[in-house]
Design a protein around this ligand. Sequence first.
Ligand code: NAD
Length: 454
Amino acid sequence: MPATLALRNPVSTDVVREIELAGAAEVDAAVARASAAAPAWRAVAPADRARLMRRFADTIAAHADELALLETQNMGMPIGNSTWCANAAADVIHYFAGAIDKHTGSTIPVAGGVDVTFHEPLGVVGLITPWNFPVLMASWKIGPALAAGNTAVLKPAEITPLTAMRLGELALEAGLPEGVLNVVVGTGAEAGWRLVEHPDVRKVAFTGSTAVGKRIMAGCAEQVKRVTLELGGKSANIVFADADIDAAAASAPGAVFDNSGQDCCARSRVLVQRSVFDRFLERFIEASKGFTIGDPMSTDTAMGPLVTAQHLERVRAFTDGLATVYTGPTPSGPGYWHPIMIATPSDADAAICRDEVFGPVAVVIPFDDEADAIRICNDSVYGLSGSVWTGDGSRALRVVRAMDAGTISVNSNSSVRYSTPFGGFKQSGLGREHSMAVLDHYTELKNVFIATGA
Ligand code: NAD
């Protein structure tokens, strides 16, 4: 008897769907299907592969409302955001369809012949995704994996698998050959780990927690399996006194409370220059009061509940007894609700200042000068994202260059786009997603010398 899992709507807590969980045998079968499909898929002419992927993208876009509804029911994301994510997933696939014939090799001047390089597909790749942006994260991996000529087995997070399962069906509807994209839903320990262990899986692309990422990297080492990791963060939002304080404060709630703080790029450490600390804090609190928590099915809602009762408990372990300068409201009735919280802890080593909470909680920390801001920002095992707010262009450049983080924005909290590289420094990850850069992580670089006799 396969194990089953009841998926609950995080607002009503009612069961949305009961799913069967795949084990190692189902993963093996999916890998076998992907292996069988691999030779034909890599042989599809670039323009034809692009055409197929564009059809897949159009099919996703045509089902965006359905995908958005599934996402919101499964994980509580506000419907406006889940609709954006579903359409963005289609755009991602379009982008990588367009990238197929632009990932070119090179010719290198050598004596006695010609030297050329090729980007060869890896074969079957294992894609493991988290629960916080299910359809979007799936597209981030499917797009480059298939564009590069690989076939894929996608294992979404078992608690939010519904949109990924639908993507698997839509791929077939769009005409992608059987076996090119396989979706297997199971636990990380069983189904996910089998992708790490399976000798025919040539690469694991993982997005999730740093703790699991470390285990996956160690597991991949056994076979020198290619691995890329997009992991956790504790990103800094640095506000200098010479910034447009109103703009920085108005933008700060979305930067940390969006998706209920369940965002790897959440700017959960807000560093503010001491001379404007009180002014900024007052406006940040004011703006946070307008970040409405409520029914995710309403387009007026900015923030929904947390994903599961277990995750709510995990977040509460950080926030129970936390002294806050602002605690927002929560709706009455059932649901995995956690209020927005803003705190100004004096102990920089407190867990709330160092650990990834993955909930709607911000700490606001004062700094004295540029050097102090950079010191506090970089005093973290993480280095995923971050922002700098300043009216001084030279300072902006000095600070972003000094930040140990991979994905940064200036006078904005928006730093992730499919056409620009995305990823983390230090324990926030390994490798990059998005842009043409990601295709190098889904291919092997082959070098060939051809003697010409001259
Ligand atoms: P998680 O690490 O618990 O799980 C992620 C995925 O890995 C799931 O599919 C899970 O089933 C699977 N998994 C768990 N244990 C496994 C194992 N032993 N072997 C193989 N697979 C295993 O993370 P989560 O709770 O789903 O997601 C939240 C985390 O993801 C946060 O830390 C967040 O910062 C991170 N995240 C990072 C990015 C990024 O791009 N850097 C994006 C989104 C989320």
